[in-house]
Write a protein that binds this ligand. Structure first.
Ligand code: ADP
Length: 215
C-alpha cells in the first residue's frame, strides 16, 4: 500500500495517516515531524528549515526531497508507506514519481482530506502538541487529562510557533498556491480518493477502509 495523504493544514491528514499506517501495517512518513525533529536536534538541515517553518512557508524543495528520498531507501518501506505532508509542490510530486520509478514502484492512491477554512483555523489555534512524542491535543475537543501535560509521556505541551492565527492564514494561502495544483495532477492520473476532514475521530477508521476499498 503506497499512499499519499493530502489536505490543507489542520484538515486532519496526520490523524488519518496514522490510522492508515495501523490498518495496513506500513510506516508513516511525516515530513513536518522529521523537520521539527531536525530543528530540535540542531542539525544543519534543521537550521536551514527553521525560518521557513516559523513563517509558514514551504521548506526548500531540494531539502525536503532529499529527506524523503533517504527515508524511502530504508527497507521498511518496501511493502508500502503513507506519506503525510509530502509532496507539497509540483517539483516534489515529480521527484516522488522519479524516486518510485527507480524503485520499480507506483503510488496506489492519494487520499484528499477536505476541510473548510473555518474548521482548520478553529482546530489549529486550539491545537497543542507534545514536543517529545508528537501526540496532538485540542483544548476543547481533545484536552489532555492534566492541563498542559502530555497523557502519553508527561512532557509539557506547547503551541507550535506556526499555529498562531496569522501564520495559519498564510499556510492556507501557501497550500492553495503551491499544493492544490498537485491534486489536479493526481486527479488526471486517476489516483485521488476524497474524504471529509470533519468526521468524528471514531468514525475515521471505517471511513478510511471504505474510501480505500479496492486500492
Ligand atoms: P500542517 O500540514 O498542519 O501545515 P506540517 O507539520 O505538515 O503541518 O508542516 C509544517 C511545516 O513544515 C510547513 O508549514 C512547512 O514549513 C514544513 N514542511 C512540512 N512538509 C513539507 C514539505 N513537503 N515541503 C516543504 N515544507 C514542508
Amino acid at each position: 500500500m503506497r499512499i499519499v495523504v493530502l489536505g490543507p493544514p489542520g484538515s486532519g491528514k496526520g490523524t488519518r495517516a496514522k490510522i492508515i499506517g495501523k490498518i495496513y501495517s506500513v510506516p508513516v512518513i511525516t515530513t513536518g515531524d522529521m523537520l521539527r525533529d531536525a530543528i530540535a536536534k540542531g542539525t544543519e538541515m534543521g537550521r536551514l528549515a527553521e525560518g521557513y517553518m516559523n513563517r509558514g512557508e514551504l521548506v526548500r524543495d531540494d531539502i525536503v526531497i532529499a529527506v524523503v528520498e533517504e527515508r524511502l531507501k530504508k527497507p521498511d518501506t518496501d511493502e508500502g508507506f503513507v506519506l503525510d505532508g509530502f509532496p507539497r509542490s509540483v517539483k516534489q510530486a515529480e521527484a516522488l514519481d522519479r524516486i518510485l520509478n527507480e524503485k520499480g514502484a507506483e503510488l496506489d492512491a492519494v487520499l484528499n482530506v477536505t476541510a473548510r477554512p473555518e474548521t482548520v483555523l478553529g482546530r489549529l489555534t486550539l491545537r497543542r502538541s507534545c514536543p517529545k512524542c508528537g501526540a496532538i491535543y485540542h483544548l476543547k475537543d481533545k484536552p489532555p487529562k492534566m492541563p498542559g501535560v502530555c497523557d502519553e509521556c508527561g512532557t509539557g505541551l506547547i503551541q507550535r510557533d506556526d499555529d498562531k492565527e496569522e501564520i495559519i492564514r498564510h499556510r492556507l494561502e501557501v497550500y492553495e498556491e503551491r499544493t492544490r495544483p498537485i491534486l489536479n495532477r493526481y486527479e488526471r492520473m486517476g489516483k485521488v480518493r476524497e474524504t471529509s476532514g470533519e468526521l468524528d475521530i471514531e468514525e475515521i477508521p471505517d471511513e478510511i477502509r471504505k474510501v480505500l476499498e479496492g486500492v
